[in-house]
Design a protein around this ligand. Structure first.
Ligand code: B4P
Length: 195
């Protein structure tokens, strides 16, 4: 079982690249952003609570997203590997994920960290906001708050995995195809080592 984290600031291309990686490798895709937006569209109590944080550009509380991921892991007992997209976003989430995977005799094998400059992130997200209908993409103040939240709480997650030598940085600027090829090259290295 190969488990990957696709890591990076908001707008770095995690969602975009995840789609291509799951199509290519057959991982089970777990995006906390998608799971939360699904709860919001169904107007569940969890979704209503999450929306109040997301609309301000803040992270949703750890216990909410950890609970969601725990259920998603239990609901996919036969997955041959997971691609975590947008999770973990805090050190507490990273520790919780390690514990959940350990129960399944599994671990995170690789963290792919997309590197993109801040002005490019803002440009991409506001651009997506014109057509996506995502309320957190339309207001520049909220977009910048999300990036600030990333620096305050999420960047440290890479340091957590760095201690275990699991992080590979990949340039997240350029064409979607070029970035995809760079990500695949890193994945192939560990698939090869694992054989
Ligand atoms: P997410 O849904 O995870 O999304 P994101 O960080 O905004 O974007 P992503 O990096 O996936 O960007 P994408 O590929 O789409 O989070 C949304 C919110 O949910 C968070 O702010 C938070 O409130 C909450 N949340 C989620 N997970 C949480 C957790 N674990 N804990 C607490 N809260 C959580 O790309 C963005 C745009 O760039 C797209 O329009 C795309 O077309 C474009 N793009 C992509 N690659 C490009 C390239 N190479 N060149 C040009 N444009 C590109």
């Amino acid at each position: 079982m190969l488990n990957l984290v696709l890591f990076g600031p908001p707008g770095s291309g995690k969602g975009t690249q995840s789609e291509k990686l799951i199509a290519h490798y057959g991982f089970k895709h777990l995006s906390t952003g998608d799971l939360l937006r699904s709860e919001i569209s169904r107007q569940t109590p969890l979704g209503i609570e999450a929306k109040s944080f997301m609309d301000k550009g803040q992270l949703v509380p750890d216990e909410v997203v950890i609970g969601m991921i725990s259920s998603a892991l239990d609901n996919n007992p036969n997955a041959k590997g997971f691609l975590f997209d947008g999770f973990p976003r805090t050190e507490a989430q990273a520790e919780a994920l390690d514990k959940l995977l350990r129960l399944k005799q599994a671990e995170i094998n690789l963290v792919l960290s997309l590197i993109v400059k801040e002005e490019e992130l803002v440009k991409r997200l506001l651009n997506r906001g014109k057509s996506s209908g995502r309320s957190d993409d339309t207001n520049e103040g909220v977009v910048r708050a999300r990036i600030a939240e990333y620096h305050k709480k999420t960047a440290a997650v890479a340091d957590y995995y760095r201690k275990f030598g699991k992080v590979k940085e990949v340039n997240g600027e350029g064409s979607v195809e070029t970035i995809f090829n760079s990500l695949c090259a890193e994945i192939e290295k560990i698939i090869y080592i694992g054989q």
